[in-house]
Design a protein around this ligand. Structure first.
Ligand SMILES: Cc1cc2nc3c(=O)[nH]c(=O)nc-3n(C[C@H](O)[C@H](O)[C@H](O)COP(=O)(O)O)c2cc1C
Length: 320
């Protein structure tokens, strides 16, 4: 069986490598996203709950390092979402990625401005619904990923989504080298998205404590917060994340969940990790593949090493 590595969307964007640096709230800065695009991948700025002018400032920072296209990942639940979309349109952004939620209320407007829309989906049903609404591609993200996650693994989700839709499927979750990328292609994906690998890059602007934690992490060093109270997220095991899970268990034992306590538990913890490297109060979001990330490298080398290895694997076929 020949593997098809062409992807019309990536060709339209002029990408050298079929690799997206996934949007990461706080961690996916303009500098990182711009550097990935400049090196031939597609960088995506993670905007989380930022207000519109913060988003504009990061777009300008990306443009300091590249004149190639890059994307913006938006948080649909943000109360600034309308203004954020206005900035995206005004700034001539070419790709919008969305995490949880349904971007279809904005789809027609974004398409009118020739913006490619790529939502992340955790299930076949969501992928089908997104295709029906008219998105351009989907990212099928497995629960090995860092950050907020669904229930299925990349290995099980990707081929099922590939069979269910006709638009391009980009695989995410648990890839950090050429073997993972080649495997994603064998599952039928036509591109990959990585987050954790790019946290440990020279151009990543997360606190050094965070980079060190990713590099040091072993295979079993992540856990999932929100398993009981919702909003599941994969983070590195730290004093804080272990305490979070413990407190979560205690909270659900109470007859009525205390909203203030929950807010205190969750609020700003990713920011604490990314900006302050706060080992006490930070949520160091990173995926299970952290155990395979041993070195901080420039993004250009990450992209080239991974795609060279994947290409060789895909090209070599069966050895007899
Ligand atoms: C620190 C961090 C923050 C993230 N924030 C977001 C986000 O704001 N929106 C989103 O759609 N995905 C987010 N993600 C998911 C990534 O875009 C990407 O899909 C994921 O990291 C891929 O899995 P991997 O970590 O195994 O490479 C985040 C991931 C990490 C590690």
């Amino acid at each position: 069986m020949a593997v098809n590595i062409s992807n019309p969307l990536f060709e339209k964007l002029g990408m050298k490598y079929p690799i997206i640096q996934g949007g990461m709230a706080w961690a996916g800065t303009g500098h990182l996203a711009g550097s990935v695009s400049e090196a031939g991948g597609l960088g995506i700025i993670g905007t989380g709950y930022w207000h519109a002018e913060q988003v504009r400032a990061e777009i300008h920072r990306a443009r300091e390092v590249t004149d190639k296209p890059f994307g913006v990942n938006v948080m649909l639940m943000s109360r600034h979402i309308r203004e954020v979309f206005d900035v995206i349109i005004e700034e001539g952004i070419k790709v919008v990625a969305t995490g949880a939620g349904d971007p279809s209320p904005f789809l027609e407007e974004l398409h009118q401005h020739d913006i490619i829309v790529i939502p992340v989906v955790p299930s076949v049903a969501m992928a089908r619904m997104m295709e029906k609404k008219g998105v351009d591609a989907v990212v099928a993200e497995g629960m090995e990923s860092g950050g907020h996650i669904g229930m299925l693994t990349t290995m099980t989700l990707v081929p099922q989504v590939v069979d269910a839709v006709s638009i391009p499927v980009i695989a995410a979750g648990g890839m950090a080298d050429g073997r993972g990328v080649a495997a994603a292609y064998m599952l039928g994906a036509s591109g990959v998205q990585m987050g954790t690998r790019f946290l440990a890059s020279e151009e990543s602007e997360i606190h050094q404590n965070f980079k060190d934690a990713v590099i040091k992490a072993k295979d079993v060093d992540t856990l999932v917060t929100g398993e009981l109270i919702g909003n599941r997220a994969r983070v590195l095991k730290t004093k804080m994340s272990k305490a979070f899970v413990k407190q979560e268990r205690e909270l659900v034992m109470q007859p009525v969940m205390d909203a203030d306590a929950r807010e205190k538990l969750e609020n700003g913890s990713l920011r604490n990790a990314v900006i302050d490297g706060d080992k006490e109060n930070g949520a160091f979001m990173a995926g299970q593949i952290s155990g395979l990330v041993h070195e901080i490298k420039p993004v250009a080398q990450i992209l080239d090493d991974i795609w060279t290895e994947a290409y060789e694997l895909l090209d070599s076929g069966i050895q007899k």
